[in-house]
Design a protein around this ligand. Structure first.
Ligand SMILES: [Zn+2]
Length: 407
């Protein structure tokens, strides 16, 4: 007998042991029974309910699930405020979940009970172990695992909260939950959870707007080309230089400030000073070696047309600083019906690179998300491929990066 139970209820007088959870409910019942005794002298009213015959067994099951032997007990608990607060079973969302679990016959694989916490049976460690070999990079598995841990309870029990999140976050949550369902199936040979996850995603529209993003690359390319064309045609002169530099360098705002004003070192090769190093290539592009941490974000190097770089470097500070970028941002949003922000340029840059010959690893290096070993490797041994991929990559999106440098 668990000592804690004696602390929970002063009414306890030797209950059978069982799971803590059930005992609590039994304790509540004992309490109600005592209250009933006290109320014996009171005047009683009879109230009746009408239900369909076929629902009778459902009602009995539900009452039992919530620890009641009959309707009287349930109504008394309801009146005293004890029910439906405990266990959250009164929450309509949890009710809905129980309904669907019952309909799909999804049970806790150990106890074989219908349980709104069924998914906890598959441990996070097991899920992570299962995910890891399925991704090239450990980080991808870790990201999905973290999304799963953060959102699993909300997904099942409070899904309305997910609706309001950004498309990117919702896409990760959907991915994590689908992966979880696959892992569940392989662990317990129960494909029903997969069906239920998909049902949940549909029902609560978690993938609203995401399906569009996943359409073919051709559509993506046309979409990005169209948006960039609009921006490039709108901004000419000094503003045009800044907009093009932001798009082709993919730098963050603070990094744009940094490379505009920071000293350039004239040494090349193995120089390790903290100035910026610029390497001009014959094909009209320059590699700007930045090698700097911005807070916890890295920036290794970027590749831009030499001519654009030279024009950018002589722009006055007030043409590129934060307040100007803020104005540009608002202007972009007005122009594109809120589809393109200043930060979107960085996302486009990543997209173009990832679909070019440099692929995801190269795009990660340019986005400052790769580690220093990869960054050094790419900047030393892969740089010719990277510059060629930059020109070809933008071309495949309908943009001639060298021509744009001439505006
Ligand atoms: Zn130097």
């Amino acid at each position: 007998m668990d000592d804690k139970l004696h602390v929970i209820s002063p009414f306890d007088n030797g209950l059978e042991s069982g799971s803590n959870h059930n005992d609590k409910r039994l304790l509540n019942l004992k309490q109600f029974q005592r209250q009933e005794k006290l109320l014996k002298k009171a005047k009683w009213l009879k109230k009746s309910v009408s239900i369909r015959e076929q629902d009778d067994s459902i009602l009995t099951n539900r009452l039992a699930e919530d620890g009641f032997e009959n309707l009287n007990q349930m109504v008394n608990a309801y009146l005293s405020g004890e029910f439906p607060k405990h266990q959250g079973v009164g929450n309509p969302q949890v009710r809905k979940l129980i309904d669907r679990l019952r309909a799909r016959d999804i049970v806790d694989p150990i106890t074989k009970d219908i349980s709104v916490d069924f998914y906890h049976r598959l441990t996070v460690d097991r899920f992570y172990e299962w995910l890891t070999p399925r991704y090239k990079k450990q980080r991808s598995a870790t990201t999905l695992k973290n999304y799963y841990v953060r959102w699993m309870d909300i997904f099942w029990k409070d899904p309305e909260l997910i609706k309001g999140l950004s498309e990117d976050v919702r896409a990760y949550i959907c991915d994590a939950m689908r992966r979880f369902a696959e892992c569940w199936n392989q662990t317990y040979s129960d494909p029903e959870v997969k069906v239920l996850v998909n049902e949940w995603i549909e029902r609560y529209e978690f993938n609203r707007g995401i399906a569009y993003k996943k359409r073919t690359r051709a559509v993506d390319k046309k979409f990005i080309e169209y948006k960039l064309r609009l921006l490039f045609d709108t901004y000419k002169g000094n503003m045009g230089i800044l907009v093009r530099f932001a798009a082709f360098s993919g730098l963050r705002g603070t990094e744009i400030d940094y490379v505009r004003e920071h000293d350039i070192c004239s040494n090349l090769g193995a120089c390790t000073c903290n100035k910026i190093h610029v390497e001009n290539k014959d094909n009209g592009l320059s590699i700007i070696h930045i090698n700097r941490d911005f807070g916890n974000k890295h920036c290794w190097f970027t590749i831009v047309p030499t001519k654009l770089w030279e024009q950018f470097r002589v722009l006055p500070k007030e043409m590129t600083d934060y307040s100007t970028r803020k104005i540009l941002h608002q202007s972009f949003m007005n122009l594109t019906n809120n589809q393109v922000s200043f930060m979107t340029l960085r996302k486009y840059h990543y997209n173009v690179n990832r679909q070019s010959e440099m692929r995801e690893p190269g795009a990660e290096v340019l986005a400052g998300r790769a580690n220093s070993t990869s960054a050094i490797h790419y900047s030393m041994h892969m740089i010719d491929m990277m510059t060629k991929a930059t020109i070809d990559g933008w071309k495949s999106f309908g943009i001639d990066i060298l021509e744009e440098a001439n505006q």
